[in-house]
Design a binder for this molecule. Structure first.
Ligand code: G3P
Ligand code: MG
Length: 337
């Protein structure tokens, strides 16, 4: 019947079913795995009426460590192998851009110096730099991995906010420094609007809020962006133009769909496949539901994260609402029968 054809890997022409899971507020909250998460993944890993694996990827606005390191941790937390080729975090998309900046000094913010340096080098951002502010003393680990160079003669061509900054004052100061001095910290102020090659500013996660293990949602990188643009506007009278990646941007969802198609080809022994029926399961209407709807995917909003029904209608309407990720997977599979 249709259901057997749909899931059997021998029928690559059938529109396959696939899932895309948000992480924070859906699978985990802070350090804690949500109980429904393991049950949901065991359904996709074979414990379903068809007895076969149903492909899925993880798509998070989180980050700050290498994909490999995060996948090792997720494998332990979720109890199923999570490969780095089924995992996308806020800054993974930068791998496709690194060639553009490989030779230039770039500023990277949003995480620990040593871990971010490893991520940047994995992406071939070979001359990245960090932390430049009189009030910031480097930690012992940062001292070991810091590279010294002549700031007055180094022009930063871009600034990437990989993950959620912790020290907003420091990072706002550093961004204002390099942008207002045309890339040279401590250099003369040059109006960026008159620069032939103004510093490119890239944010990787627009989330104003996200759900950790605290009862109320927490400020994310979108909060830092609002703070920086507020400071920059106070200094210069206008906000600074920037590039935005992360959910719900089309760039990130197009990138995720490519990753998912590669995963499907890998699971169907390299067979080319028709476009899959993708179900995105998320907790944040602004990032997960808006992005999935925009990508033409089915979107399922779960009530275990940022979205709280008592606060009223979600800002973006999902295909379906579910109590948790297990109920979401069961609904999607029943729909595809
Ligand atoms: O910093 C992570 C947060 O912004 C949201 O993560 O997994 O819900 O996209 P996630
Ligand atoms: Mg989330």
């Amino acid at each position: 019947g249709r259901s057997a054809r749909l899931f059997s890997s021998q029928s690559p022409l059938a529109p396959p079913l696939a899932f895309c899971f948000d992480i924070d507020g859906v699978l985990i909250r802070g350090p804690n795995v949500l109980p429904a998460a393991k049950r949901a993944l065991s359904i996709l890993e074979g414990d379903n009426p068809f007895g076969c694996k149903i492909p899925y990827i993880l798509l998070t606005n989180g980050g700050g460590v290498s994909e490999q390191k995060r996948c090792q941790k997720l494998t332990k937390q979720l109890g199923f192998p999570i490969d780095s080729d089924q995992y996308i975090q806020a800054h993974t998309i930068l791998k496709t851009l690194a060639h553009k900046y490989a030779k230039d000094p770039v500023l990277i913010l949003g995480g620990r110096l040593d871990t971010l340096r490893k991520v940047a080098q994995d992406y071939m951002l070979t001359r990245e730099a960090h932390r430049v502010w009189p009030f910031h003393s480097l930690t012992e680990i940062e001292k070991e991995t810091a590279q010294t160079f002549d700031l007055g003669r180094t022009r930063f061509t871009a600034a990437f906010v990989f993950h959620d900054p912790r020290d907003w004052a420091l990072d706002c100061q550093v961004l204002c420094d390099i942008i207002q001095s045309d890339g040279i910290v401590g250099g003369p102020y040059i109006n960026p609007k008159t620069s032939s090659n103004p510093v490119e500013l890239v944010f990787c996660n627009p989330d104003l809020l996200w759900k950790s293990d605290f009862p109320r949602p927490r400020l994310g990188q979108g909060g830092f962006k609002a703070a920086f643009q507020g400071v920059y506007q106070a200094l210069t009278g206008s906000q600074y133009p920037h590039i935005q990646f992360g959910k719900p941007t089309r760039e990130t969802y197009n990138f995720a769909e490519e990753v998912l198609l590669n995963r499907l080809r890998y699971m169907h022994n390299g067979h080319a496949l028709s476009r899959p029926h993708v179900y995105m399961i998320g907790d944040n209407p602004e990032s997960d539901i808006a992005g999935a709807n925009g990508a033409g995917w089915h979107s399922v909003l779960v009530r275990t994260g940022v979205y709280e029904p008592e606060l009223g209608e979600p800002s973006h309407i999902p295909t379906h609402e579910a109590a948790d990720v297990e109920a979401a997977v069961q609904w999607a599979i029943s729909r595809e029968l």
